[in-house]
Design a protein around this ligand. Structure first.
Ligand code: AHG
Ligand code: MN
Ligand code: MN
Length: 331
């Protein structure tokens, strides 16, 4: 009999002392992700493909599923009384809990639909979420309340809407994988205490940007491409899904290194990915699984955020490879 998400979370409350409000919040997020999975699986039959014609705060064209997923997560989490506020890739700023509902002590951040460029071509996409505690007793939800280092996350997770719908979660005691049983609607644990191999022969990066990278990234990737005839002495394989959740899940499953470096196209931007709801939750999960996650120079989780939508360079996955490329930056 596989352990359900609900049973696992009750165990975490009893054995690890997570608070019942956090447990109930995670149940609510999981329920919302089930609804998103249902919408994703309809595809063209559900009028969820294509764009809305609107531009989000990131300056990116919004897909219908970006907006729908954001609405599903917001509406599922606004009335439960667990949150002081929410922040999303798809919302200009943080949003407090409507006055009609009780407030709680947690802050929920999410990328409601990660991998949007893959929606219309039926490639795996997902949702990424992160939970912080509101720093003050007034259950504050202003932008400043969200400006906490990733080490302060209470928990983090992602879902992958792929051949299976998976929920990958850590509440600080390792990483567990749950598979959605569509017959019962339950998330059932299918992998516990995920461990990422320290070494790998597989890397993930968008090679089309090679001319924009800094020298340490060029050096590291050139060595991988040189294979057994080069300084690494072995051949490497490459993958790039362009859905962070899918690339990260592959690394959770068989190791690898994922890189989205800063590039010269916009030197004012630290990278393409967003720190608060992509970099931090994924770094938390990767570290909980024994991997490493840096911005090329330091642990992503130790970066002090200044703004809600700030970007970050990301090097994460198999520890020995992340430490090598980080070492090249600090050489
Ligand atoms: P989002 O769809 O939430 O904007 O995220 C897309 C991100 C990430 O999922 C992926 O790794 C990266 O963008 C892909 O970037 P490129 O399209 O530049 O390869
Ligand atoms: Mn994303
Ligand atoms: Mn997104």
């Amino acid at each position: 009999m596989k352990l359900s998400l609900s049973h696992y979370l009750i165990r975490c409350e009893r054995e690890h002392g997570i608070e019942s409000d956090l447990r109930l919040l995670l149940e609510t997020v999981a329920r919302a992700c089930k609804s998103i999975s249902h919408a994703v699986n309809k595809g063209a039959l559900g009028n969820v493909l294509g764009s809305t014609g609107t531009i989000n705060v990131q300056g990116e064209a919004q897909k219908k599923l970006d907006v729908l997923s954001n609405e599903i997560l917001f509406e599922a989490n606004c009335w439960g009384g667990y949150l002081a506020g929410m922040a999303s890739e798809e919302m200009d700023g943080p949003v407090g809990i409507p006055l009609a509902y009780p407030r709680g002590k947690y802050l929920l951040l999410f990328d409601p639909l990660d991998g949007s460029s893959n929606i219309d071509v039926n490639v795996s996409i997902g949702t990424i979420f992160s939970v912080l505690r509101s720093p003050s007793s007034e259950e504050d939800a202003g932008e400043a309340a969200f400006m906490q280092q990733g080490t302060r996350q209470m928990c983090a997770g992602y879902t992958v809407y792929g051949p299976q719908t998976l929920l990958v979660l850590s509440v600080g005691h390792g990483v567990q994988v749950f598979t959605l049983d569509r017959d019962t609607g339950s998330f059932l644990m299918t992998q516990s205490n995920v461990r990422i191999p320290a070494d790998t022969r597989e890397f993930a990066i968008n090679m089309s940007n090679v001319r924009h990278w800094d020298a340490p990234v060029r050096r590291y990737v050139d060595e991988l491409l040189a294979g057994r005839t080069g300084p690494r002495g072995v051949d490497f394989n490459m993958r790039w899904v362009a859905s962070m959740v899918a690339d990260v899940h592959r690394i959770m499953t068989r190791g690898g290194i994922f890189m989205y470096p800063r590039d010269a196209r916009d030197p004012t931007r630290a990278g393409r990915l967003r720190l608060m709801y992509e970099g931090n939750p994924m770094a938390y999960l990767i570290e909980q699984a024994g991997g490493a996650a840096t911005n090329g120079e330091r642990r992503i989780l130790e970066i002090q955020p200044a703004t809600l939508h700030e970007r970050v360079a990301v090097f994460l996955g198999s520890r020995n490879e992340v430490e090598r490329v980080t070492g090249y930056h600090n050489a």
